[in-house]
Structures are given as structure tokens and as C-alpha cells.
Design a protein around this ligand. Structure first.
Ligand SMILES: NC(=O)c1ccc[n+]([C@@H]2O[C@H](COP(=O)([O-])OP(=O)(O)OC[C@H]3O[C@@H](n4cnc5c(N)ncnc54)[C@H](OP(=O)(O)O)[C@@H]3O)[C@@H](O)[C@H]2O)c1
Length: 270
């Protein structure tokens, strides 16, 4: 083969190798709420890109089904990520599965409750904050026992963290807290070589709305109102959020920490 032809073949094969190099090969990831919606898309995408993934969620059946669907590269853990004993179990299982290492944490488990302030009981407040804010905080705290230099944490907040929306006060306050954690924990962990970033999705097509306890009619009304006011006039998909989460968790984002990446069809910006 002539030298130029050989050179271009080598360049092509290097390029090809680079393009196909799995970004998370050899890495261990933990996805809370990995058995549904956005977390499920992220767990699958991480596994597709070479990671070994711990999928944590409450529903033992869907956790097991998702882990089995991914195969040997996944471990399912059924536990409540809003309780410290549940988080302890998730982290202990991750320690064993990952041989004591954790490279990527996607703290994603969350619930939604909507309603005017008068309708929010203390029990609803405690339940939602317990999962969305306290759960995220202690999931990070306990996961850090496994994470070293080069670790990447992505927190799932929401565009709701920075928008006022009637009926959204409780949910939005929890997500504003999560967004804030990205800044403070990012600052606290930068010296340990651990990056903390936040993804803030806009409306994404997942089961979360059905589970928010509203009637089918209220859900349909909310969805059409949110579609109409979204600059892109549609809901996003879990895969569109997963693309951003994997970017933040990857070495491509090596100079990024404390940021919030909106995946929201423009809702939070205009
Ligand atoms: N969909 C949207 O429009 C949207 C927009 C912005 C932000 N988000 C955020 O994205 C995250 C994922 O929501 P999603 O839309 O994908 O909804 P989803 O399909 O309902 O998923 C929520 C996930 O969180 C898990 N989870 C909830 N409470 C838990 C607990 N106490 N312990 C362990 N796991 C728990 C659920 O597990 P089980 O199924 O086992 O209960 C499920 O896997 C949430 O934090 C949500 O606030 C969603």
C-alpha cells in the first residue's frame, strides 16, 4: 500500500476507534430511580456505553426487570431512597457490585405533587422533600464513601427550580434545593477531583404525572397547557435528557462543575 493510502487508512481507523470508544468502559455507575422514565433511559445509555450500572428504585419487580434487561452489567436494588436505611442498602450493594468503586452517580429518584398551598399537608411536604431533597442529599453523602478523584455526580433538578408556577410550590422548592446543592457540593468537592452538575429537564414524557395523584382529566389539561407554553410545543423524551446526563458525567465535561444544564425545549430561557 502506498504511504498516503496507508496513512489515511490509519487515520480512518483511529477516527473510527475514537468515535466508537465507549465513554464509560470500566466505570461503575449508580442511578437512583433507574427503573422508570428518565433514570431508566440513563441506566440503559450508561450500560450501552460500557458502564456497569446499579439500578435502584422502590418497585422490586420493575427494578429486577430493568436489571435483567440490561444483563450482567447491571445490578438491581429495591430500596427506598428517601430513607437513610434504604440509601445505606443501595450504597452497600453498590460497594459490593463495583468492588468498592463508584465513578458516576445520577441522583434522580423523585416524586411530584401539585396543588395550591392550601392543599399541601405536612405529610405531603415531608414525603416529597424526603425523597426529592433529603434523599438526594444523603444519597450523595453516602455515595461519596465510594467515589474518588475523577468521580462525576449529576443531580436531577427541574426547570421548575427557577420558574414560578401556580400549584407547583412544593415540587419547585424541592428542585430549587437540588439546584443549590449542585453549587455548594460542587464547591466542596472540587478539591477532591469530583465534579457535581445538575440537569434540569423541562416537561418530559414519563409516568411521573400519572403518579402525581391527579385525575386523568387534570393530567390531560396540564399536559396540553405545558405543551402550548413550551417554545418547542412538545414534551421532551427521556433519551433527550439522558444525552445531557451522559455528557455531564463524561470526560467531555471535565472542566465543568456546579453548572445547571437545561433540557427543556427553551422553557427556562425564553
Ligand atoms: N418528567 C418530567 O417532566 C420531569 C421534569 C423535570 C424533572 N424531573 C425529575 O426527573 C426525575 C425522574 O422522574 P421521571 O419523570 O423519570 O418520573 P418516573 O418515571 O415516575 O420515575 C421516578 C423514579 O424515581 C423513583 N423513586 C421515587 N421515589 C423513590 C424512593 N423513595 N426511593 C427510590 N426510588 C424512588 C421511582 O421508582 P419506583 O418506580 O420504584 O417508585 C422511579 O424510578 C425526578 O426527580 C423528577 O422530579 C422530571
Amino acid at each position: 500500500m502506498h504511504a498516503p493510502a496507508l496513512r489515511s487508512k490509519i487515520v480512518r481507523s483511529l477516527f473510527h476507534t475514537h468515535m466508537n470508544a465507549p465513554r464509560f468502559q470500566g466505570k461503575v455507575a449508580l442511578v437512583t430511580g433507574g427503573n422508570s422514565g428518565i433514570g431508566l433511559a440513563v441506566a440503559r445509555a450508561l450500560a450501552d456505553e460500557g458502564a456497569r450500572v446499579v439500578v435502584a428504585g422502590r418497585n422490586a419487580e420493575t427494578v429486577a426487570a430493568v436489571a435483567a434487561g440490561i444483563g450482567k452489567a447491571a445490578l438491581g436494588v429495591a430500596a427506598d431512597a428517601g430513607r437513610l436505611d434504604g440509601i445505606d442498602r443501595i450504597v452497600a450493594a453498590t460497594r459490593e457490585f463495583g468492588g468498592g468503586r463508584l465513578d458516576v452517580l445520577f441522583a434522580n429518584a423523585g416524586v411530584a405533587t401539585y396543588g395550591p398551598i392550601a392543599s399541601i399537608s405536612e405529610a405531603k411536604w415531608d414525603e416529597l422533600m424526603g425523597v426529592n431533597l433529603k434523599g438526594v442529599y444523603f444519597t450523595v453523602q453516602k455515595s461519596l464513601t465510594l467515589m474518588g478523584q475523577g468521580g462525576a455526580i449529576v443531580l436531577n433538578a427541574s426547570v421548575a427550580a427557577s420558574k414560578g408556577d401556580p400549584g407547583g410550590s412544593l415540587y419547585a422548592a424541592s428542585k430549587a434545593g437540588v439546584r443549590s446543592l449542585g453549587r455548594s457540593l460542587g464547591a466542596e468537592l472540587v478539591g477532591r477531583g469530583i465534579r457535581v452538575n445538575v440537569v434540569s429537564p423541562g416537561p418530559i414524557e414519563t409516568p411521573i404525572f400519572k403518579r402525581a395523584g391527579m385525575s386523568a382529566e387534570a393530567e390531560a389539561n396540564l399536559k396540553s397547557a405545558w405543551t402550548e407554553r413550551n417554545p418547542m410545543k412538545r414534551f421532551g423524551t427521556p433519551d433527550e435528557v439522558a444525552a445531557a446526563v451522559l455528557f455531564l458525567a463524561s470526560d467531555a465535561a471535565s472542566y465543568m462543575t456546579g453548572v445547571e444544564l437545561l433540557v427543556d425545549g427553551g422553557r427556562g430561557s425564553f
